[in-house]
Ligand binder design. Structure first.
Ligand code: MN3
Length: 198
């Protein structure tokens, strides 16, 4: 299997004003494309050829840093585009909301912890909601790492690399994460991943 870059699931200008056309053009067409191109080059001739993306991410972690970084970022970004939608945020589907309340106390508490994780990730990385030991937890990871390599399953991730927000928010990462949670998250897709993770 080789990596391919699917088109965005919405128009480049569909997430405005919270995420601009320019950000999505750079982030999807340049950054994500680079992970796909580099990942395919690094995959050639390795034991991971023919494996699924998830198997490549888990198997290359700690063994083949170049391949891992690109494969993991490909995985993260594939989901990241679907974790957002036009007029997102809003009501969280019931079963997922219950799991969030069970794991983290309340929806407000979840948003607070998720924001703190994203703001507190020094340098590049991701803030996550993940399922670990049957519970919804908040995590943060550096660079391209994701919960899959830390014994958990990601159900929502926010890219806090500067390329994800600098054009629209400059240095205001907290404002970007707030806009992501309040106006961009596709909670139906989060719930779909939650169901698969349980
Ligand atoms: Mn990115």
């Amino acid at each position: 299997m080789s990596f391919t870059l699917p088109p965005l699931p919405y128009a480049y200008d569909a997430l405005q004003p919270y995420m601009s056309k320019e950000t999505l053009e750079y982030h999807h067409d340049k950054h994500h494309q680079a992970y796909v191109t580099n990942g395919n080059n690094l995959l050639k001739g390795t034991e991971f050829e023919g494996k699924s993306l998830e198997e490549i991410v888990k198997g290359s972690f700690g063994k083949n840093a170049g391949l891992f970084n690109n494969a993991s970022q490909h995985y993260n970004h594939l989901h990241f585009w679907s974790w957002m939608k036009p007029i997102g945020g809003g009501k969280i589907p019931g079963a997922l909301e219950k799991a969030i309340v069970d794991g983290l106390g309340s929806v407000d508490k979840m948003k607070e912890e998720f924001t703190a994780a994203g703001v507190g990730q020094f340098g590049s990385g991701w803030a996550w909601l993940a399922v670990k030991d049957g519970k919804v937890v908040v995590m943060k990871t550096p660079n391209g790492e994701n919960p899959l390599v830390h014994g958990a399953k990601p159900i929502l991730g926010c890219d806090v690399w500067e390329h994800s927000y600098y054009i629209d928010y400059r240095n205001r990462r907290p404002d970007y994460i707030k806009a992501f949670l309040d106006h961009l998250v596709n909670w139906e897709y989060v719930e779909e991943m939650y169901r698969k993770a349980m």
